[in-house]
Each structure stands twice: as structure tokens, then as C-alpha cells.
Design a protein. Sequence first.
Length: 173
Amino acid sequence: MNKLRKYIRKEIQSLHEQKSYPVPLELMDLMKDELEMRPLKRYVNNIKAVNSIPPSYKIFLHNGQDFDIIYLGDQMNNFKVRIADKEYDLLVMDDKNLAIDALNRLLTAPLPPNFGGEEEPADTGAGDTGGTSGGGGGGAAFPGGDEGGEDGDAGMEPDGDEPTDTEPESDMI
């Protein structure tokens, strides 16, 4: 019976581990070339695959904002970008320019209140006031996200709601 418990605990632990998957090259090229987000690591904090039809990806930015990229698949590199509940077809030049403008507004939007998680606790009494319950986890890291083309190491998670909080590297700016 003890062996069974250990086996079950091991299986549950392996199911809860966060796994990273490579980001599709088409998506990386789209963000760098079409949406002019070069270098990616300056803008993108995390990428998550969304279980949807058609396939889509949620892109989390460093300023806490996010947008969706939807793959339509009927033509080569046919994507739609959903920013602030508006969709832009990137094969249409006017929509592409509007998408870049909307993305610029998203990138330059003011940071949400308490963005860094640096909240002042209201109660200073005894007891544990911190801690997390798990959640989001690891996500895409862009070690070579500029024009160098070393994006093959980048990964993403298939599930989760929150991007991970990462310290910006000194070479990001």
C-alpha cells in the first residue's frame, strides 16, 4: 500500500510540473517582422497557447498588458491580431497598420496600479501574510530574441492564466 501511495504522489507531481514547448517560428517571425517588435525580449514577457479553434496564442507584455494572435491557416502566414477586443487581419495593409498603432498604444499604456506586487499590507499584526498558491509558472523566455535568429530555445506553456514575473536583463534596453 505504501508503494502505491508513493507512486500516486510521484505521478501527481509529474502532472503538476510546468512544461515548456517551443514557440512556432511563424509566430516569432510575425511578431518581429510584421508587428515590428524587434527585439522580442524588450516587449514580450510570456507566450501561452490557448486551447481554441482556430489556434491562437496569448502574448503577455512586460507592462502587464496582453493581446492575442490567431492563426487562420487558410493562407501562408494568415494571422489575425486581437488587441483590446478589436481584430486586425494582417494580410490587409490598412489593418496591419492599425494593428501596429493599437499595439503601440498597448505598449505605451500606463502601468496598472500595484503592478510590481509591492502592496503595503493593511494589517501589520502577527502571522504569515504572504505566499502563493502555485498558479502560472514558467513560460516563454527569449534568450536571443533579437535579429540574431537564436529563438529556437524559446519555450511556452500550453496552460495557465498568469505570466511569470521576471527581472529584466540588463541587455533588454
